[in-house]
Design a protein around this ligand. Sequence first.
Ligand code: MN
Length: 635
Amino acid sequence: MNASTDDGAGGDPTEGVVYDLDPGCTIDDVEEGSLYRSTVNGVVEYGVFVDLSEHVSGLVHESKLDGEYDVGSEVVVRLLEVRENGDIGFEDVDVDPAAAEFVPVAQGDSADVSELSERIGDSVHLKGDIVQIKQTAGPTVFSVRDGTGVVPCAAFEAAGVRAHPELELGDVVRVSGSIEAHDGAPQVEVERLEALSGDAEGRVRDRIGAAVEARAEPADPEPLIEWPAFEKLRDDLADLARRLRTAVLEGRPIRVRHHADGDGMCAALPVQLALETFIADVHADPEAPRHLFRRSPSKAPFYEMEDVTRDLNFALEDEERHGQRLPLLFMVDNGSTAEDTPAYRALAQYDVPVLVADHHHPDPEAVAPLVEAHVNPYLHGEDYRITTGMMCVELARMIDPSITERLEHVPAVAGLSDRSKADAMDDYLGLAAAAGYDEEELTDIVEALDYAAHWLRYQPGSNLINDALNLDCDDETRHRELVSFLSSRARRDVDAQLDGVESHVEHERLDNGAHLYRLDVENHARRFTYPAPGKTTGELHDRKVTETGDPVITIGYGPDFAVLRSDGVRLDIPNMVTELQDELGGAGVSGGGHLVVGSIKFVAGARESVLEALVEKMEAAELDEELRSTLLREE
Ligand code: MN
């Protein structure tokens, strides 16, 4: 053998790692491809026998032998293979034992990350790849992953000085050191840290890949209720669970963007709960859930440029400052439409994979090329009645089935938030009732969530929402009092707003028989408070539907926007927007939403012509008593 052959431990074999086994070491302490110090204990015609320890011996076949050796000679060998019968084959390596630097290996000191909390105080070595490199004011902290978990490894060069500048994210390394408890969790105090290459690197990567694949496999819990329509989505949700678990196992941060409404929160919070538990399970660093998971509400019903720019800035800063990988983005109760694609194109400039779970009317052709997974009931011939909260409760249980008991009432809250008319609502309400929530309390939670979402604006507010949704379950009294407070404030504010606008609502009967109500929310509603224009329009609309019992269209408009709600009229708002764009040049019309609920933007100077054209189109629409609006609260 000569020096040009890869030594399996990085670089020139004369500088490579040569392990020196303690006498007590066994076959469990060695591995194929690595270099070992050995002593010749027998010379035969077909080669020499070498001892690595009292328990590890084998043959260097003459075909693998370079030099001439006597019994007692010291020789550096590479372990080629351990056969099934336990025989070990070596090859001679051109490394001078007198010049080599030996790395001692004690019996049983190789360890998996998952067992480190039981080995505090021990000296160990482990192999894995680097998923984060963080420079602190003291040591450089390398997060190393071996497929069973991720552990911080602190290497100290000098205070605030980068240790091992030769190492990069993704490198496969062998790290040895002592295990110390750091904030109650294991951390490796690095004594040696080196990159592996060639076969040794390949073997570690294969092992990590297999371990990640096995551990990423989601649980397969019984669905909370029997629901044939939902069954079609289960494989898609299991695929999402697998991708999210894989991201955690790869040390990739996860960012959730969700619609800032009741259903969006009922979807995102259970996923957050499940992922934070899983992150804490995989990562030894107790701060990992905080660093690797971030959830943000989106005010708009699509991923706005402003939001994606902010997300990208955070991600690139985290990459630079904390040595993190770029995140995976998970869009929840949002993300299915062509309006989301400019934001996705911005992310495509970087390595940020996108997953979507949504129940808004999708544009799969526009979205598919830009996302890795798109889960939406419409893609299976179902519709919005399967809300995102219903889907994501099952998703969360696939990620971590142990949280099931805390989530049993959540699909009912999600369904009530979005006014789902699904047949399964009765079963979900029954499930919630069995968990101690009657429909009145569930409705209060819906109002409380909506009110909290309004005032939280761009903040995630996890603790507040967990209390309102009662996901923490540690203080039932606080939950009930908080919900009662928030929901009564919400109702009071809505009543005050509607009482105030009542005399400014314009009414007319359209040719097709529908009632049209119009309200200038800019001049006649209180602004910058709850309820916002979208909610104000929705609540007014609901009152009129109840009062008249007839088909109703309601328009709440400002200087450059209009919120549309309709019941019993066959509208196609996205199509109306397209037509307005063609007919009214220079009006700057954009927007859309669902077929019968939506919002439209335009330039202020074109307001009169846009509203006039809108009403004409509504007048031409057919009535359909069965058609009820379902999705509310779009701003
Ligand atoms: Mn929804």
